[in-house]
Design a binder for this molecule. Structure first.
Ligand code: 7TS
Length: 412
């Protein structure tokens, strides 16, 4: 049975206090906490098996290589990738998008071509395309966001033309929580021969995801938002696309043979992994995936829907609050952004920190979306598997108190 109280015992950081209060960690959309299994995997690797991968024939190197490649298999199984060789390890989701923008984009996007994004993208899924468009004389187009924070597909036929070379969008918004209809978008795009990149940085940690069902051409995400260490990201892509792509970075490990004036490339996935990779953190990412799968992605999703429902119901009662994104908890993830009239979100963040409650305040790397919402910043609480109903209550109580403090100050 899913029991967040039992789950919490696996996360040592959740036992600590902040400013004399038990930590209430509600900044999971920024990064998640790590269970003992992940921490133990790091220590075990460095205390027993530390060596470079893919090179030595000695025992330690074989153990390191087996651990590293086993993590790749775990990622492939988690997302339903047909082969582990379609999973490329990067530093984070951002680097995975940049890899595609360089290694695929520079070959397939030319002057006058267009890339279709949405107005709710994280800067990670915007700036790499701006750089590509500037380098190639290409243009960017954007699916708009409705007042409820959903994608507006009405202008699809005007926005998707023979110029469109790629559609790149987030599975789940880190600000609005919106879960986008990626399957439908992939179908529509493929009907016109256009590949689709899915930014799964928020989606993969919180939803069951299957790349064959979604039928996306690229999927990117980060270990650190799904109980794993920082410094590891994933690019999944269809095998034929990866085979046809040139390398991103050059160096050791990504070559088959090297002459003074040219080189040939290693097989997938190593063609895209130049230099010594982040071995320890990747192995520990494998332990994070084991943990998530032991609990079950559907169970995690169900728990988060309940927390989001409870948060929505209680937050909506606070006078002067604006909640962003879809109100139906089934249509959204557990990142809940809001503003309270008369209180700057940074002040909210500070006051909540005094209560041991960690939320994020700011533009969440979505400045164009902030402009669309007509704000400079929002406060954001984001839940994960180890959060509880009591923590939702603590958040709401602290916000009510913060509002009272500010109305007293305002009336002085
Ligand atoms: N895409 C989305 C939708 C994200 O939310 C983030 C990070 C990224 C990409 C980039 O991930 P990275 O691991 O490469 O940095 N989002 C956030 C956030 O909402 N608060 O801090 C980081």
């Amino acid at each position: 049975m899913f029991d967040p109280e039992l789950i919490r015992k696996d996360f040592p950081i959740l036992q600590r206090q902040v400013r004399g209060k038990p930590l209430v960690y509600l900044d999971n959309a920024a990064t998640s906490q790590k269970p003992y299994g992940v921490l133990d995997a790091l220590v075990a690797y460095y205390t027993r098996s530390n060596a470079n991968v893919h090179r030595g024939i000695h025992t330690l190197s074989e153990e390191a290589t087996a651990g590293y490649e086993s993590a790749r298999g775990k990622v492939a199984r988690l997302i339903g990738a047909p082969k582990p060789s379609t999973v490329i390890f990067t530093r984070n989701a951002t680097e995975a998008i940049n890899l595609v923008a360089h290694a695929w984009g520079r070959k397939h996007v030319g002057p006058g071509d267009e890339i279709l994004l949405t107005e709710m993208e994280h800067h990670s899924n915007l700036v790499p395309w701006q750089l590509l468009a500037q380098a190639k004389g290409a243009g960017l187009r954007f699916l708009p966001v409705t007042a409820e924070g959903k994608l507006d597909l009405e202008p699809w036929d005007r926005l998707v033309t023979e110029k469109t070379k790629l559609i790149s969008l987030t599975l789940m918004s880190n600000v609005l929580g919106t879960i986008n209809p990626v399957g439908e978008i992939v179908q529509r795009a493929h009907a016109r021969g256009i590949p689709v990149l899915v930014d799964g940085a928020q989606g993969v940690p919180h939803l069951p995801v299957n790349v064959l069902e979604m039928n996306c051409d690229f999927l990117v995400f980060s270990s650190h938002k799904m109980l794993g260490p920082t410094g590891v990201g994933v690019l999944y892509a269809k095998e034929a696309i990866l085979e046809a792509m040139d390398p991103f970075l050059g160096g050791g490990d990504m070559i088959r043979d090297v002459w003074l004036d040219h080189s040939s490339w290693n097989d997938l996935p190593w063609k895209f992994e130049a230099g010594t990779p982040n071995i320890a953190d990747t192995i520990a990412f494998g332990a994070a995936i084991d943990y998530l799968q032991r609990i079950g992605m559907s169970e995690i999703r169900r728990h988060e829907v309940e927390l989001t429902r409870a948060a929505g119901e209680q937050l909506r009662k606070i006078e002067g609050i604006t909640l962003y994104g879809p109100s139906d908890p089934e249509a959204r993830g557990a990142a809940v952004s809001f503003n309270i009239e008369g209180v700057h979100p940074h002040d909210l963040g500070q006051i909540l920190d005094d209560q041991g409650i960690a939320i994020r305040a700011g533009h969440h790397c979505c400045k164009p979306l902030m402009r669309k919402l007509g704000v400079v910043a929002t406060a954001r609480a984001s839940f994960y598997l180890y959060n509880t109903r009591q923590e939702v209550d603590a958040l709401v109580a602290a916000l009510i108190k913060a509002k009272e403090v500010f109305s007293v100050v305002a009336h002085r």
